[in-house]
Design a protein around this ligand. Sequence first.
Ligand code: SAM
Length: 249
Amino acid sequence: AAGLYLVSVPIGTARDITLRALDTLAKADVLAAEDTRSLRRLMEIHGVKLGDRRVIAYHDRSGPQIRDRLLAEVTAGKSVAYASEAGTPLVADPGFQLVRAARLADLPVTGAPGPSAAIAALAIAGLPTDRFLFVGFLPNAEKARQTELEALAEIPATLVFYESPKRVAAMLRDAAAVLGPAREAAVCRELTKRFEDVRRAPLGELADAFAGETTKGEIVVLIGRGEAAEANAADIASALEAALATMSV
Ligand code: SAM
C-alpha cells in the first residue's frame, strides 16, 4: 500500500531483521537508505531481490530535494521504504525530517520495527528500565560534554548514551566526576555480535577500568539514576501510601 515505511535493520547480526522488514523491502516500489551499500548488502544476504529498483541515498542533511522526491512518490500512490545503516531510523540516525514532512503532508507513515542498540542494551544490562532517557551522543568537546552531563544530573531515570570507542574513557571520567562515582552503570559493547560484552559496575570503577584502555567496537553506556533521585522515588512512594491509607479510613 502507498506510504512511507520506516524499516529497522540489525545492529550487528544480519538475522536480527524481522520477517516483515524483509517483506517490506521486497515489496516497496522505492527503496531509500542512509547507506545504500549496506542496505543492498543486507538484502543480498537475505535473498531479497532488488530487481530494477535502485536504492536512493537519503540523509536529513541531503536537503529538501530528495525528501520532496520521496514524498512525491508516496503522494503518487507508491510505497517508499527507508532504512538507516543500523538499527532503527531516527534513533541517533536520519529520518526525522522525512517523517515530519510526511506527517505534515498527511501522508501515510508506518514502520517495520526491530532492533535498536539502546533497547538491546537496556534489556540485558540489569539497570532499572522503568524510566529511561535516551541521550544519544554527548558533545565531543570536554566543556560542552560536562555542561550537558550537569543538566542530566537530577533526572530520575536511567540515562542511555551512545559513545564512540575513542571517547568512552573521557566520557566515563567526566560522568563519574559530574554525576558521582557511586552510580550503577554499564558499558555495553558490540551488542548482538560475536564479542558482545557488558561491564556493569559503579561509574567510578568503570571510569578507572577504561582509563588506560584502548577500546574497540560500538558502545552503549547506561547510567543509573542518582541516590537523591532514588530517595525521592521512595519518598513519593511512601507519601502516596500514606495518602491512600488516609483515604481508606
Ligand atoms: N539507529 C541506531 C539504533 O537504533 O541503535 C543507532 C545509530 S548510531 C549512528 C550508531 C551508534 O549506536 C554507535 O556509535 C553505538 O553507540 C550504537 N550502536 C549501534 N550498534 C551497536 C551495537 N551492536 N552495540 C553497541 N552499540 C551499538
